[in-house]
Design a protein around this ligand. Structure first.
Ligand code: PLP
Length: 538
């Protein structure tokens, strides 16, 4: 008990923002520490700086436009703000109101009108429930269903608002160029970004996906995308190849110059953009305040959060929520067979030198978790130089090792992983026990959570991020329940899933039943830039 208590104190410590060297931070106050002067936070803009260079500073809108810092680092807020409305007040608000209260703290150069316009344009009837992100209790945990948007995966939570944040940011910064969104996807980002940006004036979107690395439904969703400003390209390679290709184009100064001359500006819809990260903080606050409002949590009671993780964006958002004052105890990072993060949390060594495994949770088939860099930077004491050194090691050797002091800062996190078999067993078991059917990614989290409880006895109330609808991964989900389903066609399976789960087939699936394939380009992984130049006529 004593040890646990100590861990919790440590956990709070690690949230202190060390940029403000006096230690007089908001997060500290949120955690019940020293008081800050009233009004201080309101008057101080949050600035974003690179994880690799402390001198580059950008306002939120500028960071959203740029996506990646010019030195290849990621933008991080120079401090984590604390909530200035109580959780019990937020419990009375709807999703959009909570979104405003959270996002205004991070996007300080957006006016109230601008931000509310973005929020209202995003979280509307595109979602099939007014709750936007409903909670479902099953087998002793709360599943936070983040898949009620246009493309039925959690990427919609951020990508339905990013186009609005981005076009608002462009207006604010007098950007005249057409914005070209360049995105690598492991399946879900691509479609969600396409849906968000399709026919948005002043934007184009080009999506690269691993030709043989996404589910049939994911691929069909992307290649049937309408919109004159959309391009979808399969690459002969895996997700990391696609992501590296996109990163290389972002870092290519000659290409940027040619683009500018032709009236184009690159931006990113990948989860490295803070315009995606910030909207993801919202639903953790929303989930907590729903439980609080329903009397399932006492004021101040901590929850655990389990997140099925790939690029480390979603769980980082949960961590930022904790740092802003959300009562969260453990952040449980769930990996599939590509368990590079599990190994990192257990050993302190990040090592991508391993076989890339194709699993039934393809959106988590990732060996370089880009957003982890933001956590590394933070646990290094917001030390850009130290972080840059580690990232250089990752780029050249494929691995790096953190110090013991940094390891101690990871007390907030627990890592776990689930094999493909464990994932399938979890889907089956939960269905047999409760009738609730979850997708493969969510099942990775559910499996890891089961192991975590078994190993620790920790009975803290727990929210599991449910990141995709089972309709998106129908074959894996249905064959997990019964092998006999493997002989059925994709859409037969959809109807069978609807029957078993008693849920209606989502519109996103109905839409692709008969849709025409509009995108047929496939390219080699080293020809991505040529393809982009052709599309833009450079
Ligand atoms: C993208 C994705 C994940 C991984 O999220 P990260 O933010 O990259 O860690 C998990 N599940 C699904 C269904 C996804 O689409």
């Amino acid at each position: 008990m004593r040890k646990r208590k100590k861990n919790l104190v440590l956990a709070e410590d690690s949230c202190y923002n060390t940029v403000n060297q006096k230690g007089d931070t908001n997060a500290k106050e949120a955690a019940g520490g020293r008081r800050r002067k009233k009004g201080w936070a309101k008057n101080m803009d949050i600035m974003y700086q690179s994880t690799r260079n402390a001198t580059e500073q950008a306002k939120a809108s500028e960071a959203i436009l740029k996506g990646l810092a010019s030195d290849g680092g990621l933008f991080v807020p120079n401090r984590i703000p604390a909530f200035d409305v109580s959780l019990s007040d937020m419990a009375k608000m709807d999703y959009r109101q909570v979104a405003y209260e959270v996002m205004k703290l991070f996007l300080t150069d957006f006016t109230e009108a601008e931000l509310k316009h973005c929020i209202d344009s995003a979280y509307d009837a595109k979602f099939d429930t007014a709750e936007i992100a409903p909670l479902r209790e099953a087998d002793g945990a709360y599943y936070l269903e983040l898949f009620h948007g246009a493309t039925i995966a959690f990427k919609d939570m951020a990508l339905s608002i990013l186009p609005h944040l981005l076009t608002t940011a462009a207006r604010k910064n007098n950007v005249k160029e057409e914005i070209v969104i360049l995105t690598a996807t492991s399946g879900d980002t691509g479609k969600a970004a396409l849906a968000g940006f399709a026919d948005v004036p002043g934007t184009r979107i080009i999506v690269f996906y691993p030709k043989d690395g996404v589910s049939p439904i994911q691929e069909k969703q992307m290649v049937t995308q309408r919109g004159a400003n959309t391009s979808v390209i399969g690459i002969r390679g895996n997700f990391d190849d696609a992501q590296n290709g996109v990163k290389a184009m972002f870092g290519n100064k000659e290409l940027a110059a040619v683009m500018k001359q032709k009236g184009f500006l690159f931006s990113s819809a990948n989860s490295i953009n803070i315009g995606r990260l910030v909207p993801q903080i919202v639903y953790y606050v929303y989930a907590y305040t729903r439980l609080l409002g329903a009397g399932k949590l006492a004021a101040g009671e901590k929850i655990n959060v389990v997140v099925p993780t790939g690029n480390f964006g979603n769980i980082l958002a949960a961590y930022y929520a904790k740092c802003a004052g959300l009562p969260v105890a453990k952040l449980i990072c769930a990996s599939n067979d590509n368990k590079v993060l599990y190994d990192f949390f257990t050993t302190g060594t990040y090592d991508r030198n391993r076989e890339f495994i194709l699993t039934t949770s393809p959106s988590m088939d990732i060996l370089i978790s880009s957003n982890l860099e933001r956590l590394i930077y933070r646990i290094a004491g917001n030390d850009a130089e130290k972080n840059a050194e580690l990232m250089k090691s990752l780029a050249t050797k494929g691995c790096y090792e953190i110090t013991d002091a940094m390891k101690a800062e990871l007390a907030d996190f627990a890592g776990g992983y689930a094999t493909t078999t464990q994932t399938a067993d979890t889907i089956s078991r939960l269905y047999q026990k409760t009738g609730y059917i979850i997708d493969t990614h969510t099942a990775v989290a559910a499996s890891v959570y089961g192991d975590y409880v078994k190993n620790t006895g920790d009975n803290t109330k727990t929210v599991i991020a449910s990141t995709a609808s089972p309709y998106k991964f129908t074959r894996s989900v249905m064959t997990a329940i019964d092998a006999k389903y493997d002989s059925m066609g994709d859409f037969e399976l959809v109807d069978e899933l609807s029957r078993l789960s008693g849920t209606a087939v989502p519109q996103a699936i109905e839409d692709i039943r008969s849709a025409e394939v509009l995108h047929k380009t496939v390219c080699d992984k080293d020809k991505m830039q040529d393809t982009v130049e052709k599309i833009l006529g450079l």
